[in-house]
Design a protein around this ligand. Structure first.
Ligand code: S3P
Length: 438
């Protein structure tokens, strides 16, 4: 599947961004191991989250739809059933890493597989701590999928300082911690998205948060059971980021994005853009389990910055969009400490550098970052054929970047946009973007 996009002008409108992917995964997981029925509204019907639903259905959980809500009949902590064939997590890193934390505690064996992208992503980051907890889990010699899990008598809690800033690793250990004897303690030197901690609380699971010398401490005791609950999922800030970018870089634009999640651990992109001079306003801010707001964005003249490395973990999924913003800013933008980008659905430093090359941007790629020479407010990208290499966020960032190309642009290999933003094309059209699927 490929997209064809024309140069943009005057984007206007009020849009609803689909549900948060990270929160949708966690909601299905917790509801499946809770003791009773939970209802989830605002669930993201993207391929990644549908993979999570299918995994739990395969393990005997009844998950259905009623009036736009997902109804999950939780089986309790010990109620899942072993699947007769491998569990296929397709493209979803979040799903495979978080579910591993639950699967190591079950009384049955599991084999975990994924598509070619997921099968090349690092899994030692979860097999190692789970092994320390006493799990019987192993990947390939390269530390990748397939993963094989065999049952063990019991798991023990660990004190673990995260060697990489990863919410997936943190959450994997927290899920295993629900089943582990004693108190599981995790230390984060760099704060990553805290949706798991927040949602554990929503399901009545006590989580203790404090500050340590090195950063943040999270403590969790083994639990006897989980209360079902109803979850209302807000719009995904990561999906919103493409429309924030669109409004900023397209002349004469103003967009209103309704009910988007603005959890402080997710909005590094917003801080970085404001530092570049972006005109972004938050309205109707609210805070129930997750902070939300309406976001108003207007065309802005951006200037290059040296990105504060503390922001990297909180904008890790927005980096492809950020690189496009930097390419259209006045002056140079420097990004460092972003090596994690090489472990995503594609090597996003490498693939984005190829995108920038095709757009005619001057940059210097480094091992852990990039230095981009922006074109400035009057600059235009060279219209090109871009290869997104099957990475959903690169496909969307490049499509939006094409709004500032000097002609029609083609973005190849876009099918995986369905993993996180299945109605991306419709939302683009709603705000006046000329984009077609081929
Ligand atoms: C996610 C964590 C991040 C992010 C991913 C979703 C999550 O991954 O890139 O899209 O839901 O926990 P890492 O934990 O590997 O940084």
């Amino acid at each position: 599947m490929q997209f064809k996009i024309e140069k943009g002008e005057g984007l206007k409108g009020e849009i609803i961004i689909p549900g948060d992917k990270s929160i949708s995964h966690r909601a299905i997981m917790l509801a499946s191991i809770a003791d009773g029925i939970s209802e989830i509204s605002g669930f993201l019907e993207g391929q990644d989250c549908l993979a999570t639903i299918e995994i739990f259905q395969k393990m005997g959980v009844s998950i259905s739809r009623r009036k736009g809500k997902i109804i999950v009949e939780g089986k309790g902590l010990e109620g899942l059933e072993g699947a007769s064939s491998p569990l296929d997590f397709r493209n979803s890193g979040t799903s495979v890493r978080l579910c591993s934390g639950v699967l190591v505690a079950q009384e049955f064996s599991s084999t975990l597989i994924g598509d070619s992208s997921l099968s090349s992503r690092p899994m030692t980051r979860i097999t190692e701590p789970l092994g320390l907890m006493g799990a019987n889990i192993s990947g390939t010699g390269e530390g990748t999928l397939p993963i094989r899990i065999e049952p063990v008598d019991s798991l023990k809690s660990i004190n673990y300082s995260l060697p990489v800033a990863s919410a997936q690793v943190k959450s994997c250990i927290l899920f295993a911690g629900l089943y582990s004897q004693g108190i599981t303690e995790i230390e984060e030197k760099i704060t990553t998205r805290d949706h798991t901690e927040r949602m554990f609380k929503q399901f009545g699971i006590p989580v203790e948060l404090s500050q340590s010398k090195a950063g943040k401490l999270i403590k969790l005791n083994k639990v006897k059971g989980i209360n079902p609950t109803n979850i209302n999922i807000c719009g995904d800030f990561s999906s919103a980021s493409f429309f924030i970018l669109a409004a900023l870089i397209t002349p004469n634009s103003e967009l209103l994005l309704r009910n988007v999640g603005v959890n402080p651990t997710r909005i590094g992109f917003l801080h970085a853009l404001r530092h570049m001079g972006a005109n972004i306003e938050l309205q109707n801010e609210a805070d129930s389990s997750e902070p939300t707001a309406d976001i108003v964005v207007r065309t802005s003249n951006l200037k290059g910055i040296t990105l504060n490395t503390n922001l990297v973990a909180n904008m890790i999924d927005e980096m492809p969009a950020f690189f496009i913003a930097a390419s259209l800013a006045e002056g140079t933008t420097k990004v460092k400490d972003a090596k994690e980008l090489r472990t995503k659905e594609s090597d996003r430093l490498q693939v984005m550098s190829e995108v920038l090359e095709s757009f005619g941007i001057k940059f210097r790629l480094e091992d852990d970052g990039i230095i981009i020479n922006g074109l400035g407010k009057a600059g235009t990208f060279r219209s090109a054929e871009i290869d997104s290499r099957g990475d959903h966020r690169i496909a969307m960032a490049s499509s939006i970047g094409s709004l500032r190309a000097d002609g029609e642009t083609t973005v190849l290999d876009c099918l995986n946009v369905n993993t996180s933003f299945p109605n991306f094309i419709d939302v683009c059209k709603e705000v006046g973007i000329n984009i077609e699927i081929e």
